[in-house]
Design a protein around this ligand. Structure first.
Ligand code: SER
Length: 590
């Protein structure tokens, strides 16, 4: 038995701390200031401003373990390696070292700490295209310095060896990926690290973020050359513990055992799907993302319902997902305290969602029994999926019991249409934001600080930020306050913000300790995240001066002078939830 997951997590952090990287805790799964994505899918999301050149309070070298949720591979879950929720071991160079050093570090961690053999490692590098040249430096480092033989170094195009941007625009670059051959037979002569069969398992990705994809789709060189490395934690644990699948590791042992005990039929794939989906849903629920029909909530709903469906397939009766979630909390609660803090909410939401699904299942079955075509059309199958949550496999099974066929390709066509539509919707909805660093989003970020302080001046110091969502078109700010604001109060707040804009105040930034920042009167929500050192933005004077209008702990970025903001207008004030008010505001040109 190799290294337990708890030890491996810590050894990773130590390895990079010993090499002058500062540890930053995991950011939430729900992005805080970046509406361009639904969930954090990689450790680099929250670091976008720093990849673009913003100074990080902890320096140029960072290390973390980040919670990630991605549904891109949801159909692959059930094999030996794919997951929707995963922990990503990440480390960064923000304009410090580059390709050679980072390849040395990753390889050093694999061989010195995890005792992986060089002979088992395969690598891939970027082959080059019209946007960027071939990555010769990585190729040569792997071959000549590390000593990976040519036949284990593959060159691929952008599809395999380029990472980012996360949304339409943003930092990105070529990457070199590392794989381990599981020894499973190749699926064909073309089988290689990029293949989706289980022969090769990706164990890491070193991204060299030196480009920015702009709105016109061009790749501009960034001023700062960064390294963004992500290593899939569960897969490293799998190899380190000598397991054949991620589901056999100590991370999943309790969860899988629970499901196997509940199941009446043996079907390992279904058990793995349930384990993955409920683990992911548990983490999302821990951040209070409730199952709904849209956006984030829909992702959670889909995960839970898919798990319930597979539960039925293996004969599990009655509500069971909360029992699986208990195992997740048991295993991960000490590392992610939000799981324990929201334990009861997680279980009750899971129970509620299972009940709701039971009801739509019944209705869906009624509709299904009315079908008399020789063949169930793609549209009908899609409707069963869309309205009642029937996965295609379920419709197919039920259909075959009735001697009917299902038009699978028709279903897939409908599904694709729907996906394209919702993706377009999401793109529109989440356009802008700090994810793409648009100028307007940065302005709204500064306006949010002014608004925060103005609210405290008008309503009192009990006001503090409970949420912020910025797009290129508006800001949305949630704050603690018990009553609806009066017209007069709103007017006062608006006037105060506009006054600060008209004064043309300079925006200062300082890096200091949480204690000093607080001592100087800074407010801030996310102070615990950074441990010791934090960045503070003060508007209208340096942090230690009496003149500053606002002092707030914040990662940035911000504009340089408030005169850039235009005219601030509050469009709406409403309740967000109990004790929390919400303001929507815009910036207009003068
Ligand atoms: N951003 C890259 C990834 O997610 C490396 O961290 O794979």
């Amino acid at each position: 038995m190799g290294m337990k997951s708890e030890i491996l997590r810590q050894k990773f952090i130590n390895y990079f701390e010993n090499r002058s990287h500062a540890y930053i805790g995991s950011y939430p799964l729900v992005p805080q200031d970046d509406p361009s994505v639904l969930f954090t899918t990689a450790g680099m999301h929250p670091l976008v401003p720093y990849l673009m050149g913003e100074k990080h309070p902890l320096g140029k070298r960072l290390v973390d373990v980040q919670k990630c949720l991605r549904t891109g591979d949801i159909d692959e879950v059930g094999d030996i390696q794919h997951l929707t929720f995963l922990e990503m071991l990440g480390y960064w160079s923000l304009g410090d070292y580059f390709k050679k050093e980072s390849i040395r570090y990753t390889f050093g961690f694999y061989t010195e700490i995890l005792s992986f053999s060089k002979d088992d490692i395969f690598v891939t590098v970027f082959a080059g295209d019209e946007d960027a040249p071939a990555d010769e430096e990585s190729y040569n480092t792997w071959k000549n310095e590390i000593g990976i033989p040519e036949e284990r170094i593959y060159k691929y195009d952008k599809k395999e060896n380029w990472w980012g941007p996360v949304s339409d625009t943003g930092p990105c670059g070529p990457c070199t990926e590392m794989f381990i051959d599981t020894g499973i037979e190749a699926c064909g002569p073309a089988c290689g690290p990029a293949c989706n069969c289980d022969k090769f398992v990706e164990i890491g990705n070193n991204v060299f973020m030196e480009y920015f994809k702009n709105k016109n789709g061009q790749f501009e060189k960034l001023e700062q050359k960064n390294v963004d490395v992500g290593l899939g934690f569960e897969r490293l644990v799998m190899f380190s513990e000598g397991c054949n699948t991620v589901f056999e590791t100590d991370l999943f042992a309790g969860i899988m055992n629970k499901i196997i005990t509940l199941a009446k039929k043996e079907d390992v794939k279904s058990c793995r799907i349930i384990a993955d989906h409920i683990r992911a849903a548990t983490f999302a629920l821990a951040e209070e993302v409730e199952p709904t029909n849209i956006d984030r909530g829909y992702v959670v709903r889909r995960l839970i319902r898919r798990a319930v469906r597979y539960g039925k397939q293996i004969g599990i009766e009655g509500a069971f997902t909360f029992k699986v979630a208990k195992e997740v909390v048991e295993k991960m609660g000490s590392i992610y305290p939000e799981l324990r803090e929201n334990e009861q909410f997680i279980y009750s939401e899971l129970k509620k969602e299972e009940e709701k699904f039971e009801k739509t299942l019944e209705k869906g079955m009624k509709e299904f029994l009315n079908i008399n075509d020789a063949e169930i059309s793609g549209k009908v199958a899609f409707n069963l999926f869309q309205t009642y949550g029937f996965p295609l496999e379920m419709t197919e099974e039920l259909a075959s019991e009735k001697g009917l066929k299902v038009d699978r390709s028709g279903f897939e066509e409908e599904f694709k249409k729907h996906q394209d539509l919702s993706r377009k919707g999401a793109e529109l909805k989440f356009k802008g934001g700090l994810g793409d660093e648009s100028d307007m989003a940065v302005k709204y970020h500064t306006a949010t600080h002014l608004l925060h302080e103005a609210l405290r001046k008008v309503l009192g110091n009990h006001v503090y930020q409970r949420g912020s969502n910025i797009t290129a078109e508006r800001l949305r700010f949630d704050f603690a306050h018990p009553d609806k604001m009066t017209e007069e109060e709103l007017k006062k707040v608006e006037d105060i913000v506009n006054e600060q804009i008209n004064l043309g105040l300079l925006v200062f930034e300082a890096i200091t300790t949480v204690e000093e920042a607080k001592g100087d009167g800074a407010i801030g929500l996310f102070e615990a995240k950074y441990g010791e050192k934090v960045k503070v933005y003060s508007i209208g004077g340096p942090l230690d001066s009496e003149d500053a209008f606002s002092k707030e702990i914040c990662g940035g970025p911000h504009i340089k002078n408030t005169s850039e903001l235009g005219v601030f207008r509050i469009k709406k004030e409403e309740s967000s939830s109990s004790g929390i008010r919400r303001i929507k505001a815009v910036l207009e040109t003068k």
